[in-house]
Structure formats: structure tokens, C-alpha cells
Design a protein around this ligand. Structure first.
Ligand code: ADP
Ligand code: MG
Length: 702
């Protein structure tokens, strides 16, 4: 058995604090830390020294190239590689160089990334700038070793063209407002409040050879046809079941790769569906967790192929089978280690906790539409509201104990007892003492309080977690700011705090729901409460640039209205493009392989009918099947003709909301109408005739 020493390999490919201390002159190290910790401007001389040290370190690890690693609005990462080679000298030798300038700034062609009209090709300047708060790393792959430098991506005129810029802005806004709030509660020592995030990642593994036999998987990442296998997940024998050998080998190597990259992959287990699994790292600073989640997805895809498998990150790889999501665990932790979402050990912290909790209720209630939008993508539309993922309605789960406190606060303005007969300690106010983890679990809530963190469960498995965290950080910053604006002017702080907690709890209790969010009753109840139910991505997009959102993001300089409008535009375009690709993939598969396979079977069946007749018999089986299959094939053909026409029609509509609406209302329905008869045909046509692996082949033979 080969021995793996986690402590030794953990972070070995990361230019982390230890490496910096070892390799940088003390003064330079201190300067850099000031930039990382306090946001101080980085002077060119420091950058020069850091760049040089980084290059030497990376080259010792075999790196020949470096890249500014960034997250444009495609939802995935992008990079442009440059080698360290500087122009060859007269004597024919070359020098390896990497300057401070190259570390800090690069200029990829911005026009080839989505910008929603902010950029056009004739003014293509865009810059990536070094984000020193997320450590650089060396990545090894078939291209060799590359020094990857996390960067933000902006246009020449300063508009953000990526996920990281607004994320960093939101983290900073939240820091400022959270500090303001805890100062009011007497905390004079914490210097920083950092949103902390742990993202649980779900995924499927399928055999690579089988994957390659399915155009839908190749082009869209999920299946567009497929009848259910005789056995699905009804036995619940997969969840936490024993991990199969090939999958175990994959997980081992994923962990190894991630550990080297400093990603603390911690837990792994099988998920509800066959072939489905989950990986969770230990939580980290929000910015780093967002980058790490991108690395998790990249590494899983790469390692799967090495093991003869493909990793499916799509939200709904198989209709009728549990889909995949991402749980975004979110809390607020100070630089000196206090988790502000922990109910705390003293009544004083306890009151602060109730203030923070009710602020978050207010934030989520006032921006439920925006939070829902932050989890919207084309894949998630196949999943949200199904009986597996939280519905498209945002609500907050608090659990029995906190609910009881809120109920008392709302009804009497005082909470004088705490469930479970806990000792009552009113402290500075008439509020009960709360302990963590008195709550039960509720897996159906989209936004659940789980002891000392919130878990946002709507996010899709393929999505970047940047957007949900931008929204969480921003809306919380706003609620904190509103509270501070009021409290800082209060003559009697104690009464002020008490009144505000009561006010927020009363006004925003409608967002709390502790029951089964998957039920039909909840949909009706939520409607009565006036909570938004934005069923699809297209329905959710307008929340981005609503008056409420423009005010929110503008107040903290996170997005300008122009940036929001451009992001909206990109989303509509993405939606239509993805649906068009799905439609064309279905058209391709149906016309070139599925319907021909049915016709071939029809021909053989009719030959059989004739042969049996000639022999003086009649075959009920052959005739009956022939009739059914012929009728269904005609139905599929008609649906195909309509899909082709509507797909073409959609392209005549101007890009943007209108085209997206058409795709959602018409093209998607056509797709369903084509799928239904074909899935029925799959159950009737001989297995040898069917031109691609079935759900059963894909799910049970990994
Ligand atoms: P659960 O069983 O509730 O899903 P886990 O303990 O498995 O919780 O944690 C799930 C994810 O939440 C992990 O990535 C974990 O690191 C993260 N997490 C735990 N505590 C916190 C916290 N205070 N803030 C943010 N994330 C956290
Ligand atoms: Mg979870």
C-alpha cells in the first residue's frame, strides 16, 4: 500500500503563506500581507519581488507557463497562457522572466467574452488584475505545469466583466457593515468580518465509452431522451451505500489533486441516485471557496476521464432521477474567530445574534426574488420544484427553538422563555438564551439555519457559487447598514435594539417556513403570503435590475445599473442559446438515429408479419407492436417537424428577453413533445436496434 501523508502534500502546489514567508524578504512579505489583509495598495517594487519569487517557485515545480486565471460571465474559468521565456538573446539562449507588471495585470481580448453590450469588438480592451487574497497555484496537466494566478476581469472603463470583481466588492461591503454592527454591541477588538463558505458539490459519474455514444451528453451535458430503467432510486439503497471500486479510485485521486491545490476535500459519499455522489470541502473565506469550487469541478472532470469515466455536473443529467445541486453553507466569522451566526455563550452575544438573525430574515424577505435569481440557470429549471430540490420559492427554515423565540417576540414583544426549559437569562434585554443545535434538520428548505450557519440549497451543481454569495453578502450588508443607521442614532440603545429585533421579526416573519417545502400546500400558502414564485430562469432574470436591486447594489458600489442590465442581457442570450443547442441536439438525434432506428425496426416487424402470414399463421405480437410503433413514430416525426420549425422561428426573434421567452414557452414544449413518444418507443423497439446506451446502461454500469 502506498502511503499518503496528507499533511505533507496538502497545499504543496500553492503559493501560500508558508511559501511566501520562506521565499520573500521579510519586508516584502510584510508589505504583501498588508495588501492581502488590509487591502493596502501594492507598490510596484513589492510586486516585482513577489513575481520573481513566484516564478522561481513555480519553475521548481516544472512550470513553463503562467496564466491569469479568471471567471468571465460564462460561469466557468478562463485563462490565457504565456510562457516565462523572454525574447531570446543574441547568443541564442533565453531567459526566464516574470515581472511585477505581468503578475499584476494582463490584457486578454475582452470582446470574445460575454459582456451584454458593455464591450463591443471595436473597443475590446479588458484587463485582468491580480487578486492576492486568493493564493496562486501550479496546475499539472497534459499541457505541463502552469502557474495560475487568480485575477479579476474588468473592462477598460472599469465595468466588471466577471464574477470575482463584484464578489470582492460584496465581501468588502459586508465587512464594513458587519463591523459597524458589532461595534454597537461592544466588540472593539475584531478587525474584520469575513463571510465563510463551504460548498457541497453533487455530481454523477458515467462510463466514458457510453457517454461518447450519446450526442445529448456530449453537446449538452445531460440526456434529452431516455426511458426510466426498471430499477431507479426507489429502494434508497444508493444513498451512503458502499462506494464502488472504480468510483473509489476516482475519489482517491480527486482528493489527492485537490489537497495538493490546498482544497480541503473532506467528506465524500454516494448520493440519492445511482451513479450520484457528493464532495464537500471544509469551509473557507468566501472568495477562496468560490475559487476552490471551480477547482473542484475542474479536477473532478479531469480525473474522471483518467479513470475511463465522465463527470456530469449538469443539474439534471437524467429526467426522473434525482438531480444535482450545490449547498452553499454560509456564515460570518471575524478575524479573531467569532462566528456571528453562533447563538453564543453569553446573553450579550445572544442579543447580538437575534439582531443579526432578524436582519437576515429582513434581507432574504426583501430580496427573495434576487436570491432565487442567483441560483437560476438553464439546468436548474429541470430541477427546482421537482420533488428533490427546494422549490423556486425562497423561504427560511429556523427550526423549533428559534421559531418559538420569534413567535414570542412577535406576539408579546418579549421572549421570556426558551424551549426545552433552558435557563432564562435576559441579559440586557427581555430575550431568552439560545443554544445552537437545538434545531431539527429540514432537507426541503431552500435556506435553512443549521446551528451556526445558513445553508442555501437552491444553487445548481454546474453553477459558480459566486453569484449566490454576491447576493447573500450584499443583502446582508444592506440589512446591517439599515439597522446601524437606526441604532447609531438611538438615545437608549437597549430599547432601540429590542424594538428593532421585534420590528424585523414581525415584518418579515412571512419568509419563515418550517414545514415541508416540497408540498403542494406550501405553494398555495406561499402565494397567500405574497412570496414570489419565479418558476423558471426567464421569470427570475428581471429581479437582477429591479428598482430594489439597483438601489441595493448601487448603495455599496457592487454593480452599477449598466452592469446589471448587461448581465441580464447575457442571461437571456445564454438561455436562448442553450435551449437552441438542446433543440438542435434533439433534432440531430431524432432525425439521424432514433427515428431511422424505429423505421428499421418497423421494416423488420412488417417483414415478420408477412413471413408469418405466408407460413399460414398470424402473429398478434408482431401486428400489435407494428401498429403501436408505427403510430408513435409518426407522432415523433410530427413533433420533430414542429421543433425544427420553431427552432428556426426563434432565431428570427431579436436576441434578448423576447427570444428567451419564445424558447421557454414554445421550443421547450416542442422538445417535451418530441421526447415523450421517443421514450415510449425506447420501451417497445428491440434493444439491439436502439442506437444508444439506455438510462439503465448509464446509471448502473459505471
Ligand atoms: P451538513 O451535514 O449540515 O451538510 P456539514 O458539517 O457536512 O454539514 O458541512 C457541510 C459544509 O458546510 C462543509 O463544507 C462545511 O465545511 C461547511 N460548514 C460548516 N460550518 C460552517 C460555517 N460555520 N460556515 C460556513 N460553512 C460551514
Ligand atoms: Mg448540506
Amino acid at each position: 500500500m502506498e502511503m499518503i501523508n496528507i499533511a505533507e502534500i496538502f497545499g504543496e502546489d500553492v503559493f501560500n503563506d508558508t511559501v511566501m514567508q520562506e521565499r520573500l524578504p521579510k519586508k516584502v512579505y510584510k508589505e504583501l500581507r498588508k495588501t492581502i489583509d488590509e487591502g493596502k495598495d501594492l507598490d510596484p517594487m513589492t510586486a516585482e519581488v513577489v513575481a520573481n519569487a513566484m516564478k522561481d517557485w513555480a519553475m521548481e515545480k516544472g512550470a513553463t507557463h503562467y496564466t491569469h486565471w479568471f471567471q468571465p460571465l460564462t460561469g466557468i474559468t478562463a485563462e490565457k497562457h504565456d510562457s516565462f521565456i523572454s525574447p531570446a538573446r543574441k547568443d541564442g539562449t533565453a531567459l526566464a522572466e516574470f515581472s511585477g507588471k505581468e503578475l499584476i495585470k494582463s490584457e486578454p481580448d475582452a470582446s470574445s467574452f460575454p459582456s451584454g453590450g458593455i464591450r463591443s469588438t471595436f473597443e475590446a480592451r479588458g484587463y485582468t488584475t491580480w487578486d492576492c487574497t486568493s493564493p496562486a497555484f501550479v496546475r499539472h496537466d497534459a499541457a505541463g505545469a502552469t502557474l495560475c494566478i487568480p485575477t479579476a476581469f474588468c473592462s477598460y472603463t472599469g465595468e466588471s466583466l466577471d464574477m470575482k470583481t463584484p464578489l470582492l466588492r460584496s465581501i468588502e461591503a459586508l465587512n464594513i457593515q458587519a463591523l459597524r454592527l458589532i461595534r454597537i454591541f461592544g466588540n472593539t477588538t475584531s478587525k474584520k468580518v469575513i463571510p465563510s463558505v463551504g460548498a457541497e458539490q453533487e455530481y454523477f459519474l458515467v462510463d466514458r465509452d457510453k457517454f461518447l455514444q450519446r450526442k445529448d451528453l456530449i453537446y449538452t451535458g445531460h440526456t434529452l431522451f431516455g426511458a426510466m430503467p426498471p430499477k431507479g432510486q426507489e429502494l434508497d439503497d444508493q444513498y451512503f451505500g458502499a462506494i464502488r471500486e472504480r468510483v473509489a479510485g476516482f475519489m482517491k485521486n480527486v482528493n489527492l489533486e485537490l489537497w495538493k491545490l490546498g482544497v480541503s476535500a473532506k467528506t465524500q459519499h454516494n448520493e440519492a441516485a445511482p451513479g450520484q455522489h457528493e464532495l464537500a470541502p471544509i469551509y473557507n473565506d468566501c472568495n477562496i471557496s468560490v475559487d476552490h469550487n471551480q477547482l473542484v469541478m475542474e479536477v473532478m472532470k479531469k480525473v474522471a476521464e483518467r479513470h475511463g469515466m465522465m463527470c456530469l455536473l449538469h443539474e439534471k443529467p437524467f429526467a426522473g432521477v434525482n438531480g444535482s445541486g450545490k449547498h452553499d453553507n454560509w456564515s460570518l466569522v471575524t478575524d479573531d474567530g467569532i462566528n456571528l451566526l453562533d447563538p453564543g455563550k453569553t446573553p450579550h452575544e445572544n442579543v447580538q445574534f437575534l439582531m443579526i438573525l432578524t436582519c437576515i430574515l429582513k434581507a432574504v424577505d426583501e430580496h427573495a426574488d434576487l436570491l432565487r435569481e442567483s441560483a437560476a440557470n438553464v439546468g436548474n429549471d429541470y430541477r427546482l420544484g421537482g420533488n428533490e430540490a427546494p422549490p423556486a420559492i425562497v423561504s427560511v427554515f429556523l427550526g423549533e427553538q428559534l421559531q418559538d423565540v420569534i413567535t414570542q417576540l412577535v406576539s408579546t414583544g418579549m421572549a421570556t422563555s426558551s424551549i426545552k426549559g433552558e435557563k432564562l437569562d435576559t441579559g440586557v434585554s427581555t430575550l431568552p438564551y439560545i443554544t445552537r443545535d437545538a434545531t431539527d434538520r429540514n432537507r426541503t428548505s431552500p435556506f435553512a439555519f443549521t446551528g451556526n450557519k445558513f445553508e442555501f440549497r437552491m444553487v445548481g451543481s454546474s453553477a459558480s457559487i459566486a453569484e449566490p454569495n454576491i447576493v447573500l453578502n450584499s443583502i446582508t450588508a444592506e440589512a446591517f447598514a439599515d439597522a446601524c443607521d437606526y441604532l447609531e442614532k438611538c438615545d437608549d440603545l437597549e430599547i432601540g435594539i429590542h424594538d428593532l429585533i421585534k420590528k424585523y421579526a414581525t415584518e418579515h416573519q412571512k419568509i419563515i417556513f418550517n414545514g415541508n417545502s416540497y408540498s403542494e400546500e406550501w405553494v398555495a400558502e406561499a402565494e397567500r403570503r405574497g412570496l414570489p414564485n419565479l418558476r423558471t430562469m426567464v421569470d427570475a432574470i428581471p429581479a437582477l435590475s429591479s428598482e430594489n436591486s439597483v438601489k441595493l447594489f448601487g448603495r455599496f458600489g457592487i454593480f452599477t445599473e449598466a452592469e446589471l442590465k448587461s448581465r441580464e442581457e447575457i442571461k437571456y442570450e445564454d438561455y436562448a442559446k442553450e435551449i437552441n443547442i438542446e433543440a438542435r441536439t434533439m433534432i440531430d438525434m431524432a432525425s439521424k438515429s432514433l427515428i431511422p432506428a424505429c423505421l428499421k425496426y418497423i421494416k423488420d416487424l412488417s417483414d415478420t408479419v408477412i413471413a408469418v402470414k405466408n407460413a399460414g399463421y398470424g402473429s398478434h405480437a408482431a401486428e400489435e407492436n407494428l401498429r403501436k410503433i408505427t403510430a408513435l413514430t409518426d407522432k415523433a416525426h410530427n413533433a420533430l417537424v414542429k421543433l425544427i420549425a420553431d427552432d428556426e422561428e426563434s432565431l428570427k426573434i431579436p436576441e434578448g428577453r423576447e427570444r428567451a421567452e419564445f424558447c421557454k414557452e414554445t421550443v421547450k414544449k416542442d422538445m417535451e413533445n418530441l421526447r415523450t413518444p421517443i421514450d415510449e418507443l425506447e420501451m417497445l423497439v428491440g434493444k439491439d436496434y436502439w442506437p444508444m446506451p439506455s438510462y439503465g446502461d448509464l446509471l448502473f454500469e459505471v
